[in-house]
Design a protein around this ligand. Structure first.
Ligand code: 9J3
Length: 291
């Protein structure tokens, strides 16, 4: 062995250590972001019916908490992936839980613990729905048998129609929420200046129950203190378009939750710059780049 080779062997471990500390060499696949879950997203993965995680579902029974009625919990079964963010989902006026049930498996299989709700009564107003969303998150993160799977500091709310108004009410009451999504949100009140949580709204041009000009659009305008916000409007479709189990609703809802509950910037590509006006979309307004 030449003396040059011996010299190299002596310093090699130090060179390697410096390379690792400079990030030149990645010792394992560990992500910089500890909250990041699942493989790199693609257009196919964000629009899919199922993500990469195996999930289980179980009832959140009536009587589990006096802060909400009951619902269903969907959760990734993996226990070697760290803790997951938690998401509560509420339906709208007169709706049973089933209208939003599709979001349970879609979101859970992408790496969230999700609770979908059957509201106290189907006639509850948005404020009550907001309280129920928060009550469900509190039960899920502190009392339920799923609590050890969850990071209680990373929670979000999603709602359809009066449930969407409820999601915004929840964000107004609890700034610690990491993300809010309103699907065809409905609420006569629209002074959302207190909301700081990043908020996504999805509306449809032919909605006469929660007309975008009276709900989503003023909501977007009045969310002046939201860290980030986005508004997607379908160019067609009635009140139920934003709660349809389709690729677009999945992509935007999932990407918003990934970006703000998991700090997962891999999903920025689906939100920013976002779609242009087209046959499908009347408009997309946003605060890109996302902060
Ligand atoms: O689906 C909804 O929650 C719409 C809200 C609504 O119809 O309010 C009427 C009182």
């Amino acid at each position: 062995m030449s003396s040059k080779t011996i010299q190299w062997l002596r310093i090699a471990p130090f060179v390697a250590a410096i390379a690792v500390s400079l990030g030149v060499v990645t010792p394992s696949h560990a992500a910089d972001n500890p909250y990041e879950k699942g493989p790199n997203p693609t257009e196919a993965s964000v629009t899919a019916e199922k993500g990469s995680f195996a999930i289980a579902e179980a009832p959140a029974p009536s009587g589990a908490s006096n802060k909400f009625n009951k619902g269903t919990v969907y959760y990734p079964t993996a226990t070697d992936q760290g803790t997951f963010g938690a998401v509560a989902v509420a339906p709208g006026f007169t709706n049973p839980e089933s209208i939003i049930s599709w979001l349970g498996p879609r979101l859970a299989s992408q790496g969230f613990v999700v609770i979908t709700l059957e509201t106290n009564t189907t006639l509850d107003l948005p404020e009550s729905r907001g309280d129920q969303l928060l009550g469900a998150l509190d039960w899920l993160t502190t009392q339920s048998q799923y609590k050890d799977r969850i990071d209680p500091t990373r929670t979000a709310v999603v709602g359809f129609s009066m449930g969407g108004g409820g999601a915004l009410r929840a964000a107004e009451d609890r700034p610690a929420l990491k993300a809010t999504v309103g699907l065809a949100p409905w609420e006569p009140y629209s002074a959302w200046q207190k909301v700081t949580t990043p908020t996504l709204l999805i509306g449809a041009a032919d909605d006469v129950i929660a007309p975008t000009g009276a709900h989503s659009e003023p909501f977007y305008d009045h969310l002046t203190n939201a860290r980030d916000k986005a508004y997607l409007e379908y160019n067609f479709g009635n009140h139920f378009k934003p709660v349809e189990a389709n690729a677009t609703n999945t992509k935007f809802t999932l990407s918003w939750l990934k970006r703000f509950v998991d700090n997962d910037t891999r999903y920025d590509q689906f939100l920013c710059p976002g779609p242009s006006k087209s046959a499908e979309f009347q408009e997309y307004r946003n605060t890109c780049p996302l902060g």
